[in-house]
Structures are given as structure tokens and as C-alpha cells.
Design a protein around this ligand. Structure first.
Ligand code: HEC
Length: 114
């Protein structure tokens, strides 16, 4: 048996193990963001697919897709509040949310699937 043949199954095992580890990490990341959104009160006015008081997060992701300054602009909206971009109902400011949480929430909103 050559060294190459001996190594091949090892490499396959390594890839499988990496995939098994990566998958739950990715799934947990977005579950955590959803939980953060719930805990931060976002989901009393927003849902991923339906307009409630505020726009559906899927609509926000669609509107800002490909816009370079989307993260900065939406971070400002969540922190300071926003009005008249989507309608006449304003979004209140979320000044007490830690900036790292706001960034995480906005990144998650921007990744909402259509
Ligand atoms: C009291 C209801 C309410 C809550 C709570 C709320 N939102 Fe909003 N949100 C709105 C409304 C209404 C709008 C549309 C504002 C407008 O027309 O400019 C909006 C708009 C947005 C937008 C788009 C802003 C833009 O500049 O286009 C994002 C992103 C967003 N909300 C995220 C969040 C996140 C994240 C949270 C939780 C921290 C949150 N919202 C909590 C009502 C709410």
C-alpha cells in the first residue's frame, strides 16, 4: 500500500469531521441572533416574512441588498429610531442596546432569506 492510498480515507474523515463541526456552529449563530432579536423586543414589531408594525426583515434585506453603507445606515436607524422610510409609523430608538448587539441584529436582518 502506498502512502497516498493510506492517507485518502484520513482526509475524507477530516473533511467529514470539519463539516459536522461547522454545521451546528452556523445554525446556532443565526438561532442566537433570532433569540437576541426576541429578547431585544424587535419581534414584537417585526417578523422575518410578514409586515407587522415594522417591515418584514425579508423586505429590509431586499431593499438594502448590494448597498455598501447598509450596515451603517440600519445601525443608525435601530439605535436612533427611524421614520418615513417605510411608512408613517416610526420605529423608536434603541439607545440602551449595546452597539455590538445592534450590529449583530442588523447583520442578521440583512441576511434574511427572501
Ligand atoms: C415599536 C415597534 C418596533 C420595534 C420594537 C422595533 N422596530 Fe424596527 N421598525 C419599526 C418601524 C415602524 C419601522 C419603519 C420605520 C420607517 O418607516 O422609517 C422599522 C424599521 C426597521 C428597520 C429598517 C430601517 C431603515 O432604515 O430602513 C430595521 C433594520 C429594523 N426596524 C430593525 C429593528 C430591530 C433590529 C429591532 C430590535 C432591536 C427593531 N427594529 C425594533 C418598528 C419597530
Amino acid at each position: 500500500m502506498t502512502t497516498l492510498q493510506a492517507r485518502r480515507p484520513l482526509r475524507a474523515t477530516a473533511v467529514t469531521i470539519a463539516a459536522l463541526y461547522a454545521w451546528p456552529v452556523l445554525a446556532t449563530d443565526s438561532d442566537d441572533a433570532a433569540e437576541l432579536a426576541r429578547a431585544s423586543g424587535c419581534l414584537s414589531c417585526h417578523s422575518q416574512k410578514e409586515k407587522i408594525v415594522g417591515p418584514a426583515f425579508a423586505s429590509v434585506a431586499e431593499k438594502y441588498a448590494g448597498q455598501k453603507d447598509a450596515l451603517a445606515e440600519l445601525t443608525m436607524s435601530v439605535q436612533n429610531g427611524s421614520v418615513r422610510k417605510w411608512g408613517r409609523i416610526p420605529m423608536p430608538a434603541h439607545a440602551s442596546l449595546p452597539p455590538a448587539d445592534v450590529k449583530r441584529l442588523v447583520e442578521w436582518v440583512l441576511k434574511t432569506p427572501q
